[in-house]
Design a protein around this ligand. Structure first.
Ligand SMILES: Cc1cc2nc3c(=O)[nH]c(=O)nc-3n(C[C@H](O)[C@H](O)[C@H](O)COP(=O)(O)OP(=O)(O)OC[C@H]3O[C@@H](n4cnc5c(N)ncnc54)[C@H](O)[C@@H]3O)c2cc1C
Length: 423
């Protein structure tokens, strides 16, 4: 039965906000989404297919692991997944080698992790259990993974949270959505509208007031919206910018116990896949790891698009904070030139299109995604509680295994909507 007597405002039209809005609108609630940008998707950022030759993703790109909520939504939207195939390579500054995913000490690592009772940081864990010189490669690969993949600081990241991610090998299965993540967002936005939810763009929420059960949401520029409840899905660093009622403010204070990392992502489309010509056995290359300024690169393999995507994650991205998008593109070309021992001009000559984002510079993200510190699980539990008219949701609140993902955002949005609907 329709219950339009309750008006719910959702702040943010990213994955979490859209799925929460869809669930609530579908259940008959009156729902308004206020979004600061002029588009839906947030950290899912589709780029123009005309520029890259396919619907490229400037933000989220992969579906990691089982991702049950994402997969269910994809099947509802009749979208399909393409599993990542091919070979992972690494370049050590002198030569290329096929990257082995298994370290000789992996079984030992899993045994020690399995017996861990108390949480500690990754750095302390390695110092305590794997300090010897024989573990040098293991330490480097763990630190590289924590920084590059989780965008986290090993000196502060929780080993117990990472244990969940590592132990079952889930992170090894990766896939892409045919049509890109933008297709999933288009589906969700259409679903929201079909069920009567309104989506307003260009609304930067600056304050939420509450008095006698009535809630007022204020936007920069003066717009004011009354409602009964608000779901705030903005990325963690943006929470500080929204004035909140006292109880919600006290809750939001725990967000400082959740890590939030940054990522630089660079897409370079070339006229031809020159790297395959330079080195014939790179024909099925997917990922390429290096120690260059932009250390990680991947191809679209098995698709033929001659696009290389550069990736740099974690605290050391701050070293490149002065670079604008063109500066990042140049840094990417320099890294490729060094890896492939080619003059940079030769590579640049083949460049057809490029896009680069330091997500720390994005005004409505201020970083890429969250990661867990030892105090994070408790902070998430506090933030996710539905104990007043202001609720929080979004990837950072997800207490499952793959934090910082679209799956995390969708699962959190569903959880929040479910709590409202069950009350
Ligand atoms: C470069 C990059 C690569 C990534 N790669 C992957 C990947 O491969 N796979 C994966 O699963 N995940 C990936 N992620 C993470 C994933 O994109 C996020 O976890 C997920 O999209 C977050 O969704 P969300 O709804 O919680 O937040 P968001 O998508 O950030 O949505 C929040 C919304 O709130 C809006 N907003 C902010 N402030 C205000 C305000 N004051 N008023 C109104 N609106 C506001 C924002 O504009 C945004 O639209 C990546 C992220 C980045 C940045």
């Amino acid at each position: 039965m329709s219950d339009t007597s309750e008006h719910i405002i959702v702040v943010g039209a990213g994955a979490a906000g859209l799925i929460a809005a869809r669930e609530l609108a579908r259940a008959g609630k009156r729902v308004t989404i206020l979004e600061a940008r002029e588009r839906c998707g947030g950290r899912i950022h589709p780029l123009l297919a005309a520029e890259f030759g396919y619907p490229a993703d400037g933000g989220a790109e992969f579906v990691h692991g089982e991702a049950p909520v994402t997969r269910a939504l994809l099947s509802e939207a009749r979208l399909s997944l393409q599993e990542i195939e091919g070979t992972q390579w690494s370049f050590d500054g002198a030569s290329f080698s096929r990257e082995s995913r298994h370290d000789p000490h992996e079984a030992e690592l899993h045994a020690v992790l399995g017996e861990l009772k108390d949480d500690l940081t990754v750095t302390d864990f390695l110092r305590r259990h794997f300090a010897g010189p024989e573990y040098g490669r293991l330490r480097t690969s763990i630190e590289r993974m924590v920084e590059g993949y989780d965008a986290a600081d090993p000196a502060r990241a929780s080993i117990l949270a990472l244990r969940e991610e590592w132990m079952d090998g889930g992170r090894h299965t990766q896939a892409r959505i045919v049509g890109g993540y933008g297709a999933l967002i288009d589906f969700l936005a259409a679903e929201c509208r079909r069920h009567g939810a309104a989506i307003s763009f260009g609304c930067v929420v600056s304050a939420i007031d509450e008095k006698d059960g009535a809630v007022v949401v204020r936007c920069v520029g003066g717009d004011v919206h009354g409602c009964n409840r608000v779901i705030v899905t903005v990325p963690l660093p943006l929470l500080r910018d929204i004035a909140l009622p006292a109880a919600a403010r006290a809750k939001a204070a725990v967000a400082c116990d959740i890590g939030f990392g940054s990522v630089i992502k660079i897409l370079l489309r070339f006229a031809r896949p020159w790297w395959r010509e330079v080195k014939l056995d790179l024909a099925d290359m997917t990922f390429l790891l290096s120690d260059q300024t932009i250390p990680v690169w991947w191809t679209r393999y098995p698709e033929p698009h001659p696009v290389l995507t550069g990736w740099f994650g974690g605290p050391r991205t701050a070293e490149l904070q002065s670079l604008d998008p063109q500066g990042l593109i140049d840094a990417g070309l320099d890294s490729l030139a060094a890896i492939f021992a080619l003059p940079r001009e030769e590579i640049a000559r083949d460049l057809v299109a490029a896009a680069a984002t330091n997500w720390a510079h994005d005004p409505f993200a201020r970083g890429a995604y969250s990661w867990a510190m030892p105090a994070t699980r408790e902070a998430q539990a506090i933030l996710a509680r539905a104990d007043g008219p202001v609720l929080f949701s979004g990837e950072a609140l997800y207490r499952g295994r793959d934090m910082g993902t679209v799956e995390a955002a969708l699962a959190s949005g569903l959880e929040t909507a479910g709590m409202i609907l069950r009350k």
